[in-house]
Design a binder for this molecule. Structure first.
Ligand code: 13P
Length: 256
């Protein structure tokens, strides 16, 4: 972490929790983090689309913000199964994850599509959380830097400085997602530093020094502080551990 960047801890609930279960979980979470100051850490939860309408009012005026797990680039239209930015904003959504590796692996999403989703989010006042990360075979072949650089370049193509500043990047090595195998703090820091260096080349050092880069992949209360202690790791994108209020609160407390 760096004192110039406010840490951001986001929970990606993936395809877990009905609307009723989601309300119960955010109520529990609100109690667990009631004393955490918004000035010290930004907290975001990203429930499934079907829970947003129910969860939005529960989080209003709290220190927990609402995010979505994806967003489409069009305002409306014949795009079966997709959700437009205005549909999210209506429920108080502030962040949208785009380009998660599960979307890339199982639903064919590409850097070009992620770029369109992120741009549309920004144009509509939503902050994208742009996910990048290498697969195990790519890491083993020594391709991590090339893969991540190419994803970051493709996903952020055509961004203005202001758009970059409103964006969060999440580095999630695919081999660390849901596997219990976390990247070591050093492995994660190396890639975060690379991403920040690239941002510096494309957007200037001032912008690069302000953009927040989260780590994701088996983050738990027990490993969060070591990861977040690294200079270029500015937060976490948490899957499994965000489904338990006590664990997610434990991760949040790790950055205080
Ligand atoms: P896990 O924390 O369950 O490994 O998931 C990480 C992730 O994919 C967050 O987007």
């Amino acid at each position: 972490m760096n004192p110039n960047r406010k840490p951001i801890i986001a929970g990606n609930w993936k395809m877990y929790k009905t609307a009723a279960e989601a309300v119960a979980l955010v109520n529990e979470l609100k109690r667990a983090v009631a004393d955490v100051k918004e000035s010290s850490v930004e907290i975001v939860v990203c429930p499934p689309f079907t829970a947003l309408a129910a969860v939005g009012p529960v989080l209003a005026n709290s220190n927990v913000k609402l995010g979505a797990q994806n967003v489409h680039w069009e305002k409306e239209g014949a795009f079966t199964g997709e959700i437009a930015p205005a549909m999210l904003k209506e429920h108080g959504v502030r962040y949208a994850i785009v380009g998660h590796s599960e979307r890339r692996q199982f639903f064919g999403e590409t850097d070009a599509g992620v770029n369109k989703r992120a741009k549309a989010a920004l144009a509509n006042g939503l902050r994208p959380i742009v996910c990048v990360g290498e697969m195990l075979a790519e890491r083993e072949a020594g391709q991590t830097s090339a893969v991540v650089a190419s994803q970051v370049r493709g996903c952020l193509a055509g961004f203005t400085q202001d758009e970059m500043l409103a964006t969060v990047i999440a580095y999630e090595p695919v081999w660390a997602i849901g596997t219990g195998k976390t990247a070591t703090p050093e492995q994660a820091q190396e890639v975060h530093a690379l991403i920040r260096k690239l941002l510096g080349e494309w957007f200037g050092g001032d912008v690069a020094s302000q953009v927040r880069i989260q780590y994701g992949g088996s983050v738990k209360p027990g490993n969060a502080s070591a990861l977040l202690g690294q200079p270029d790791i500015d937060g976490a994108l948490v899957g499994g551990a965000s489904l338990k209020a006590a664990d997610f609160a434990g991760i949040i407390r790790g950055v205080l």
